[in-house]
Design a protein around this ligand. Structure first.
Ligand code: IPE
Length: 257
């Protein structure tokens, strides 16, 4: 099985509220056709989730009654994005079926408390492609919380032990410093926990409620322990996702357990 995350920074313009990148998503749908085994897609929320979630502090859980209305609104927005992704995937030849995270998992303290893989398994058995996404979810200890798509990726990897997990980001992989600030930043082709601990920590710049790249990398290390290969590729560069799926040499960071 192959699991692919389409990052919110690739399929949306993260700086402009609810802006979908239709053409990019169409191209990625075409690249996903290279998958010859069971495929699961997870996508991020991008500007359909992070901006409003941050504004109303939804990542901190239930603090006041005013937030409740925005739980509904952010849920609506990420479903709008999910429908756009599903439509684009189907038009591109991928038989996509939506599974919201709270349909398969329960959550507590921003973590997955229980995960039932049966819906994913049944959908895969029909030759369909389950598509899940980052969302606002009920949370047993916080009232509600934000479930990053990465959390669902981790739960899926633990259950299904996939052959390949690919994260499509808006950068070529992990660099030794921020490539957006430093032209001399070097790509780290293979990253493990000791490389990660030596990296200089920087704060996330944009409105992001699911943490910095370091949190994401910790999650990827956990995923790497449960799959044959886990990698980050640049989803904005045509052909990289396809090459990764085909097992060809590609500019990327491979995350090692
Ligand atoms: C975030 O999901 C979910 C919400 C903000 C509602 P992700 O963490 O997977 O989204 P991206 O990939 O960073 O946009």
């Amino acid at each position: 099985m192959i699991i692919v995350k389409l990052g919110g920074s690739v399929i949306t313009d993260k700086s402009r509220l609810r802006t979908f990148r239709q053409e990019t998503c169409e191209r990625l749908a075409g690249e996903l056709l290279a998958a010859k085994e069971g495929l699961v897609v997870v996508h991020g929320a991008g500007s359909f989730g992070h901006i409003e979630a941050k504004k109303h502090e939804l990542h901190k859980g239930l603090k006041n009654e005013e937030q409740i209305e925005h739980v509904a609104k952010v849920q609506r927005d990420v479903r709008e994005l999910n429908l756009k992704v599903i439509k684009t995937l189907i038009d591109g030849g991928i038989k996509a079926v939506s599974i919201p995270p709270a349909g398969a998992a329960t959550f507590s303290a921003c973590a997955v408390r229980s995960f039932d893989p049966d819906t994913f398994r049944s959908i895969l058995d029909l030759g369909l492609t389950p598509v899940s996404f980052g969302d606002v979810v009920p949370d047993e200890s916080m009232g509600f919380s934000i479930c990053s798509g990465d959390l669902i990726m981790e739960a899926l990897a633990k259950q299904f032990k996939p052959s390949l997990v690919v994260f499509c980001a808006d950068v070529d992989g992990v660099f030794d410093s921020d490539p957006k600030d430093n032209k001399k930043a070097r790509l780290i082709p293979r990253l493990d926990s000791s490389t990660l601990s030596k990296l200089k920590r920087t704060e996330p710049k944009r409105d992001d409620v699911t943490g910095s790249i370091y949190g994401k990398l910790e999650r990827m290390l956990a995923i790497a322990r449960n799959c044959e290969k886990c990698m980050i590729v640049n989803g904005n560069v045509p052909g990289r996702l396809e090459k990764a799926i085909r097992g060809q040499k590609v500019v990327s960071t491979v995350v090692l357990p």
